[in-house]
Design a protein around this ligand. Structure first.
Ligand code: IMP
Ligand code: MG
Length: 422
C-alpha cells in the first residue's frame, strides 16, 4: 500500500486541516512530515472551531493513529497548550498520537532568536510567525539541534549546552529578553510530551505500510513557502513539497501514491514577500472579510489577490499532483466577474514559467470570467452548481491539466462536494 500526500499549492492556509479531516475516514494513519507550530490548521464541525498546530488533523476521528514525523519541529510549551485544549473538548490523545524521536525540539531560545533575527533584518524582515521555526531548522542542519529522543537521556546537560550557545548569539545581536517564564512553560510542556509514545516513526510507518494500512501524509504551509522552491528568502525553513513527505517520514519515493494538491479559488499570503496577483482595493477587503482571512496563529490580516495559475502550475509540477481540491469557492459568490492570472508579463515578454524572482517589471496577465452570483454554501452536490461555476471549474481544469476532485463551499465538514466518485 502506498502513502498518499495532501499538501498546499499556494502560500499556506488553503484549508488542508479541513480536508484531512474529511478524508480521514478512508485512512488508518495520518502523519505530519514538516513544519511545526507555525502551522494553524483550522477545522470546524458541530458548531465548534479548533486550531491545530503540531498535531495532525486526523485527531478528531476516534480510531485513527496520528504521527508527528521526524521532519516536524516541536515546541513542548505550545504542544501542551494544544493537548490541553483538545482534552478539554473531550478528545483522548495519548493512545493515538505517536511522536518521532527524531523530530527536533524548538527550545525557548529558538523563539528568542527568531525575534532577534527578524529585528536585525529591519525592513527586510520575513514576517515569520515568531515560533522559532527558522532557528530550529538552522540548528538541525548545522548539527547542533536537540531531538525529542534526547529527552530520554542526560537531557539537562545537552539542553544547557544549547542554551548557552544561543545566549552568546543573542548577546551579539544585542537582543534583550526574559528567559525565565519561557523556560518554566517549556519544561512543563516537556513533562506533557513525555506522556506520549516517543517512537522510531520511520519503522512504524513502513511496517504499517507493509501490512496494508492506509496512510495519509499531511503537509503544512504551502508550496510557495518551500525552502527550495518558494519565493526565497520569504519562505519557511522546511520542504513543504511532496518530496518532504519522503524525508520527513522516512518513506521511499517509489512508495508515494496519490498526491492531493489543495488550493483556494483565490490567493492569500501572510508575512512579507512577493505576491504577483495581490490586490489593494475593495475587492481584497471583500475577500478578506468573506473568507475570514486572518492568521489562525498570529491573527495577522492576510494579503489577498486573484488566483495565480502560473504559480499553481509550478506547484503542480514540483509536487506531481494527481488530484486537485479547490477550497473556499463560496468566497467568490458575490463577484460580478472573477479574474484568473494565466501568465506573467515580464517587460515585453509573456512568461508561463514561474521565474527565479518576482521583479518590479512583472505584471499578471488576467482573463475575466463571469461570476456565478449565487450562494453556494448550502449546495450538497455538483448537480446544483450554477452554469458559470461549472464553466469556471472547466476553465481551471483545462488550464491546469488535472481534474478538480473536491470542491469546498464553506468551512464545515459537511460543506464539501466530492466529484468524479471520490
Ligand atoms: P516561519 O515559518 O514562522 O519562519 O515564517 C516564514 C514565512 O512563512 C512567513 O511569511 C510566515 O507568515 C509564513 N508561514 C509560516 N507558516 C505558515 C502557515 O502555516 N500558513 C501561512 N503562512 C505561514
Ligand atoms: Mg493556517
Amino acid at each position: 500500500m502506498k502513502v498518499d500526500v495532501l499538501l498546499g499549492l499556494q502560500w499556506g492556509d488553503e484549508g488542508k486541516g479541513k480536508i484531512v479531516d474529511v478524508l480521514t475516514p478512508a485512512y488508518d494513519i495520518i502523519a505530519r512530515f514538516q513544519g511545526g507550530p507555525n502551522a494553524g490548521h483550522t477545522l470546524e464541525f458541530k458548531g465548534q472551531k479548533y486550531v491545530l498546530r503540531s498535531i495532525p488533523s486526523g485527531i478528531f476521528q476516534g480510531d485513527k493513529i496520528n504521527v508527528i514525523g521526524n521532519g516536524v519541529v516541536i515546541d513542548p510549551a505550545l504542544f501542551k497548550e494544544e493537548v490541553k485544549s483538545l482534552q478539554a473538548s473531550g478528545h483522548t490523545l495519548t493512545e493515538r498520537l505517536l511522536i518521532s524521536k527524531k523530530a527536533h525540539l524548538i527550545l525557548p531560545t529558538h523563539r528568542l532568536l527568531d525575534a532577534a533575527y527578524e529585528q536585525a533584518k529591519g525592513n527586510a524582515k520575513i514576517g515569520t510567525t515568531g515560533k522559532g521555526i527558522g532557528p530550529t531548522y538552522t540548528d538541525k542542519i548545522g548539527r547542533n539541534g536537540l531531538r525529542v529522543g534526547d529527552i530520554l537521556h542526560n537531557f539537562e546537560e545537552k539542553y544547557q549546552r544549547a542554551i548557552n550557545r544561543h545566549k552568546e548569539i543573542l548577546k551579539q545581536l544585542k537582543f534583550e529578553y526574559d528567559l525565565d517564564t519561557l523556560e518554566k512553560e517549556w519544561f512543563e510542556g516537556l513533562e506533557c510530551l513525555k506522556q506520549f509514545q516517543l517512537v522510531d516513526s520511520e519503522h512504524f510507518v513502513n511496517k504499517n505500510m507493509l501490512e496494508g494500512k492506509k496512510i495519509l501524509a499531511e503537509g503544512a504551509q504551502g508550496t510557495m513557502l518551500d525552502i527550495d522552491f518558494g519565493s526565497y528568502p520569504f519562505v519557511t525553513s522546511s520542504n513543504t513539497v511532496s518530496a518532504g513527505a519522503c524525508t520527513g517520514l522516512g518513506i521511499a519515493p517509489n512508495k508515494l501514491g496519490t498526491v492531493y494538491g489543495i488550493f483556494k479559488a483565490y490567493c492569500t499570503r501572510v508575512g512579507s514577500g512577493p505576491f504577483p496577483t495581490e490586490l489593494f482595493d475593495d475587492t481584497a477587503d471583500e475577500m478578506r472579510n468573506k473568507g475570514v482571512e486572518y492568521g489562525s496563529v498570529t491573527g495577522r490580516p492576510r494579503r489577498c489577490g486573484w488566483i495565480d495559475l502560473v504559480a499553481l502550475r509550478y506547484a503542480i509540477m514540483i509536487n506531481g499532483v494527481s488530484k486537485l481540491i479547490m477550497m473556499k469557492s463560496d468566497v467568490m459568490d458575490m463577484f460580478e466577474t472573477i479574474k484568473v492570472c494565466v501568465s506573467y508579463k515580464i517587460g515585453e515578454t509573456e512568461e508561463n514559467d514561474f521565474p527565479f524572482e518576482i521583479t518590479e517589471n512583472l505584471s499578471p496577465v488576467y482573463i475575466e470570467i463571469p461570476g456565478w452570483k449565487t450562494d453556494m454554501t448550502k449546495m450538497q452536490s455538483e448537480d446544483e452548481f450554477p452554469e458559470e461555476f461549472n464553466a469556471y471549474l472547466s476553465f481551471l481544469e483545462a488550464e491546469l491539466a488535472i481534474d478538480i476532485h473536491i470542491v469546498s463551499v464553506g468551512p464545515d465538514r459537511k460543506q464539501t462536494i466530492m466529484r468524479y466518485n471520490e
